[in-house]
Design a protein around this ligand. Sequence first.
Ligand code: NDP
Length: 402
Amino acid sequence: MANVVIIGAGGVGHVVAHKCAQVPEVFEQITLASRTLSKCETIAAGVRDRTGREIAVRRVDADRVAELTALFREIKPDLVINVALPYQDLTIMDACLETGVHYLDTANYEPPDTARFEYSWQWAYRDKFEQAGLMALLGSGFDPGVTNVFTSWIAKHALDDLHTLDIVDVNGGDHGRPFATNFNPEINIREVTAPCRHWEDGAFRETPAMSRNTRFYCPESVGEYSIYRMYHEELESLVTYYPSLRRAQFWMSFSENYLKHLEVLQNVGMTRIDPVTYQGVEIIPLQFLKAVLPEPSSLGEDTRGKTCIGVIAGGTSDGEPKTVYVYNICDHQDAYRELGSQAISYTTGVPAMIGAQMMLRGEWMKPGVWNMEQFDPDPFMDALNRHGLPWTVQDPATVSVP
Ligand code: NDP
């Protein structure tokens, strides 16, 4: 029976709070803390209505280590689930080290002033966590997260050697708004406007953002979508832990409408992350844009359609070439009916709860800083089936990315 603090009362925090509340035998005491207390209170009221459980709420500025350590000393959690923004990863890890608390997140650290996506900053904490006897689990969302676990499941059960990896993230959901993002707009736009990098023949190769696309036919009538190659953080850990990979790529679907709006916003300078002075005040254009776009957590009621996210891995099995596909399909309206959330927050929040459960039950517990593919995938895969994200295997795969 454990005591957890969830940091971040956004779309993902909403799902994590509800999902933890659904598993009282593991999550005995839950505190939701965020920058805006009223958002924590709204989520806590939803948890009370849906599950009958009370969760505690606190205000905290997670950019300040002193505020975090004071909170952790008061609550004495076993584990902190960080679903605030990637900018807060290091301050929360520092506070965990100072107060002796395990750590989990869903996105790697990014410095606010440069859109650089790499694990270097967090991997540099390995010795400190190991010496403190504490564990940090990085990237326990869907992608990164479940995609890493799908890969390790394929490596364990379906292929002897992994040679190629294509992670395909299709969001077939339509929220009916002219332009909105399904998770934090600032983080989303930084990610999709960054140059593309994919792994080929022992090195990351850089190409312009959105310069390569193809059509992808999702299984189970989800539909046919244009997918674009882009960099995504799990590529870095996967090519590190599966050195037999000759090529690894990440693909995401975008509608023409999304891309048209993004192009205009870029052209007029609204996606810039450097400060500009407006009426004597310094503002970051992308942060201003976030303030006028719909909150991702408000899109649930209107979003129709399904997500289809999976891993296509090629390699050998008993000396023969083979390709295997493991995927999950999540219906936006099913997620809304269960938790009042859209599927992107749902598919991120459920694996965050499962990762926390793996740690707290001791199934995945090892001092140090770890990525998801470094643990036995089987108990995590079983938990996905039990907690709302069932998966399917095509062996051999009938889908492909040219
Ligand atoms: P939201 O913007 O909806 O929520 C973020 C929350 O964090 C907000 O409530 C915000 O507070 C809070 N917050 C921000 N800064 C601070 C701070 N300094 N101190 C305390 N709280 C703070 O984002 P999402 O819920 O959509 O995303 C949450 C995280 O999940 C992000 O890191 C995102 O990258 C990650 N993610 C991971 C995915 C995966 O599959 N691995 C997929 C989707 C998202 P306030 O409301 O006051 O601004």
